[in-house]
Design a protein around this ligand. Sequence first.
Ligand code: GLA
Length: 744
Amino acid sequence: MRPRPLPVRTALLLAAVLQAAASTAAVPSSRPTVRYLADARLFVLETDRTSYVLGVNEQNEVQLVHWGARLARDSDLEPAHTREGYAFESPEGLSENEYPGWGGLRFAEPCLKVSFADGVRDLVLKYASHEIQGDTLVLHLKDIGYDLGVDLTYRVFPGHDILAKQATIRNGTTGPVVVESAASGVFSMPFRLPDDRVYRLTHLAGRWANETQIVRETIEPGKKVLESRRGTTSHQANPFFAIDEGGRADEEHGRVWFGALAWSGNWKLVVERTPENLVRVTGGFNDFDFGYRLAPGERLTTPRFYGGFTSGGFGEASRLLHRLEIEEILPDRAARRVRPVLYNSWEATEFAVDEPGQKALAEKAARLGVERFVMDDGWFGARNHDRAGLGDWTVNPKKFPSGLKPLVDHVKSLGMDFGLWVEPEMVNPDSDLYRAHPDWVLHFPQRPRSESRNQLILNLARKDVQEYVFAALDRLLTENEIRFFKWDMNRHFSEPGWPAVSPEEQKKVWVEYPRAVYAIMDRLKARHPGVEIESCSGGGGRVDLGMLEHVEEVWTSDNTEAFDRLRIQEGFTMAYTPKVMMAWVTDVPNMNGRVTPLRYRFLTAMQGSLGIGGNLSRWSEADGKLATDMVAYYKRVRPLVQEGSLHRLLSPTDDDAAVNEYVARDGKEAVVFACRHSQQYLHALPTVRLRGLVAEAVYRIERMDDRLVDKPQTLSGTALMERGLTFDLRGDFDATSVRLERVE
Ligand code: GLA
């Protein structure tokens, strides 16, 4: 056991308390993060403000004992006890088992179901041993009869009040074992609620152009399944959950247990309320069409399943996740960079890209202060529309007679770096690649190959396909000074056959394909240091913590209409940091016909990672002037937006305005964006009380315009947080921003 580095931890903790950004102050601890209390057979996993406690019960099974606020004394903890069974229910079935196998008298959702070579389909996992190393605990479980082991790895993130679970299933038997379902773990609610209360689930649902809508529902008896069977994360559901005590939590207050799965393939979260009113969330690989055959000696490791607790409401749950993503998950976590302001050509030119047109756009973008110019779809093969060209990653000679170099050089001479759209996992049947390798796509022989957006999916589980894709992208990066790929995926899986391997191996595609995507991204980055990637899938179809380990940003939605975006962004930030949330300012009328002022569009897009996607050749001089000012303002506040603490003050769902505040971690600076979408009957906006500031500090108020009713030039933190600010936003789509800087 490694002793905890007390001085550093304590110093960080004190700094965090002084910054006053958190709603619940942490108590410094000198205890190790992970402890084994041998007498009680308890494992205590402790963060600055929470404890997660597991015990080995009298049946030698691992069971949850506590998950919630940090307990002051280990002596408050009792050993784990199975509950008493009764008719039709067993003690083991009634307990909060940490990783139940499907076997014995257990009827709730299992974490693991296997078939042994001899036909046995019964698995009873018992505690065997453990290891503790710093912030990591590994529990070794073993079946009661067969040499089938499961290693449960827990990594604790002390400053984030979050831990990550992951399971490795090891076949130590002499025959093959088929894993029919494998979860990363289960997060159980630590107590039953009184009869008059029911736990409530918050999750994110939607569809294309309507991603990450917040859904709240009571958790009734039975199961609520959130999942993707589409081969990727999906727009339709997102692997995130938050649970509170029956509506007792809001943005600022209340206990919230939350979590997210780090996987960009078929995933499943089962939110279950058992007949005993135990509420649990099992998360991991989707077991639909699952079947991962382990030869003797082979292993299967599940995705990481993150979970955390706060008593500071949904706002604090989001901030904890945001900070974890920035500091522990994103590829630039060790040497963090701000996201550049980018321009993207898609909505301006669609497939009609060529050298003069893109150069002209680049010149206009540079004048606005854009830092990265991204050419979207249409630059390669026979890609004049979405019916041809995917797979042929060579520059179209008609559109770019001298290759990409003249455009890239021009972009660079304008002071920007260059990015390119690719969709490497796909192929149009009308392409040289498909004509040469029709067997490379996912398909079942003699069956139809369903097309979606006129394309088929390359089977990235195949090594030769991986090599082709890697080589094509590697060549592009080697031959051109490309700093950024927008990596798209514009359809979901169908007919997931892999005829080149035996039928028993084919279902591995659900695991090997997403792993290959991650691996190719990592290889490219290793070969071309500094190259950044955006994960796009027809908008926000591939946004999850697994993808965030490999890409610097994500495309939030193909719906760039500002008012629609505010709600998509609100849901997005429940789980994911604004730093990765790409948001473009585009032209009106937008896809839904709505017309909003440019200023409203900018102030909406500035709340994430700012981009511009309008057709700049149609922008007036006044538009250009406004855009230049807005980009300059964004650059001043972007450290706050991208890495500060987000406080959602007014929700665009509940109110007729969205008001969001982003505070520097040291509380010295903050920015507020207020976007009102409609005013009726002359109603004034409610006063908004700011949060997360230093109470005794004095802040200078920088106004963008006269929309702030309050006249003082300075206000104290207390006044801002207790009396608040009042915005005079009128009519439809009026917006403003104020910036606060600590002066005393
Ligand atoms: C997807 C993306 C868009 C754009 C197009 C190009 O729909 O989400 O932003 O890149 O593909 O075909």
